[in-house]
Design a binder for this molecule. Sequence first.
Ligand code: OOB
Length: 533
Amino acid sequence: MRETDYIKRDSEYYFTLENAPEKRTIGEMPAIWAEKFGSRTAFVADDEEISYNEMSAKTDLLVKGFLSLGIKKGDHVIVQLPNTASFIYTMFALEKIGALPVMTLPAQRVSDLRGIFETVSPVTYIIPESYLGYNYSEMAKQMKEITPSLRYIICDGEMEDTVRFSSLFLEGAAPEYEKPAYNDIAHLLLSGGTTGTPKLIPRCHAEYLYNSEKAAERCGVTEDDVLLIAIPVSHNFSLSAFGILGVFLNGGTVVLCPYPSVDEMLPMIEDWGVTALQLVPVLVSALIDTVSWDDSCDISSLRIIVVGGSVFEKELAMKVEPELDCKLVQVFGTAEGIICMTSLDDSYEVSASCQGKPISEFDEIRIVDEGLNDLPQGELGEFIERGAYTIHNYYMASDEVNSAAFTPSGFYRTGDKAKIDENGNLVVVGRIKEQINKGGEKIMPSEVEENLCKADFIRDAAVVGVPDEVMGSRICAFIISDRETTLEEVRAFLKSLGMADYKMPDSVYQISDFPLTKVGKVDKKALEEQAKA
Ligand code: OOB
C-alpha cells in the first residue's frame, strides 16, 4: 500500500482504496465476466464478434505467451496498438501478470516517446505493423537502439526482428507466477500535457474499476448497451469514462472502430445497433454535418453520446439532441483522475451548457485563485480536485514536477479555467496553463518551440493557439529567421525530428521581433491577436 493512498482530512480518512467496492485487479475481471456473461458478445473487432468466454480464454493464452518471454510483475511494456482485439487481450493479459502497460497513442512518434522509454526502461514494446499509412518498423529500430532494457518488440503483423503477436497465444498449463494486488498499479497513462519531460500517470486496479463503474452508473449503462469506440482505445476516455471497462462491467458490447472517421462510424452504428458513442467535439461536429445530408445509414439505435476532451461550444452542443435524436452527456475528464459528467435527467439545455458533477461522492472539487483560495460560486478560477481515484503523484517524477501539479494537501491542479454554476455544475471555459487543445489533442507550445529552434534557419520561435470553429484551436508558429521559409519547410523539418503530425503548426508567420510584455516576456496574447487578424 502506498502511503499516499490515504489522505487525512478533518481527522478522518475520507476514502481509501480499502473502501473500493471491487477489491479486484483488472486482469482478474475477464474470468469473472465470463462467468457472469458467458456467450454474450463482449466486443466486435474487424467484423468478428468475441464473446465474454472467448475474451477470457484468449487473455489466458496470451498470459502464457507473455510469461514465456519472461515478462513479469512490475515490468514496463510500452503498448502502442490501435483499436484492435489485440489491444484488449494485451491490456488484460499484462494486467493479469501485473506487468505495467504504458498506454501510448498510435499517432505518437519517436520524439514523443523517447522520454517515456528513458524514464521507464521497458522490457517490451508492442506495435502494429502499420496504421493510417505509417509503418512502425523505422520507429521500432530507433527505439531499440536507444533502449538497452528492451528485450523484445512484439508486432501485431509482420516485421523483421520482432516477435509475432499471433504466436503468443500459447496452449498448455500456465506456470506459477507472482500476481498483482488490487491496490497495485494497473497501467500508466500519459498526461494530456505530455512534453519533452513525459508525465506518467499511475492508475491502480481497484480505483480504476471503481472509476469505470461510477461513470457507467451515471450514464445508465446496461447489458443492452453497444458502445462504439472510434477515438483511440488506449486513452483514458475510451478505457474508463465509461469506456470499455464500464461496458464490460455491465455485460454490454464494445464495437471497435479502427479509425476516428465519421465515414467508418456510420455504417458500424447501423450494422451493430450501436447505442452509445464517446466522442471529442470535433467528431460530433463532423457527425452532425454528415447526417444532415447523408441519410443512407440508420442511426436510430443511438441512446446516448458522451462528449468530452475539449470545450464543446454550446451552439453545437444544442444541436446534438435534435439532430441525432439521442441524449447528450458532457464529460470533463483527466487521465490523472476526476471525471465530471452531466446526468441523464438533466434538461437538454443544461447538458449543453456544462460538464455536470463528479461521478463519485468522494470527489472534492474546488475553484481557486492563484493563491489557492476558494472563489465564490459563479466566479472563474483554476479547477482543482482530489478524490478516490485521483492520483497524488506522477510516476517517477521529480519533486519539482509533483509539487507544481499537486497542492500540499493532495489536490490535483488541472490547469483548467472553470466555474461552478448556479446548479452546482462544472463549467470549463479553457486553459489557465498555456497548453493548446486541438480537437482533444493536447499540445504544449514549449515543446514545438524547442523543436523549431533546432532548425539552423530558425533563430527563435513562439507558438500560440488560436481559436478555431471546428478544431477548438489551431497551432500558429511565429518564427524569427534570416531567410524566407515556408510552412512546408518548417513542417518537413519538424517531421525529420520525429514530431507527431498532430503537433505540427497549421500556419507559420515570419516576424523580425517578438512583441514583449512589460516584464519582457514574449507577449503571447499579442501574437494570438496577430494570428487572429
Ligand atoms: C481527457 O483526458 P486528458 O488527460 O487527455 O486531458 C485532460 C484535459 C483537461 O485538463 C482539460 O484541459 C481537457 O483535457 N478537457 C476538457 C474537457 N474534457 C477534458 N476541456 C474542456 N471541456 C471538457 N469537457 O481529455 C478525458 C479523459 C476522460 C474523459 C474525457 C476526456
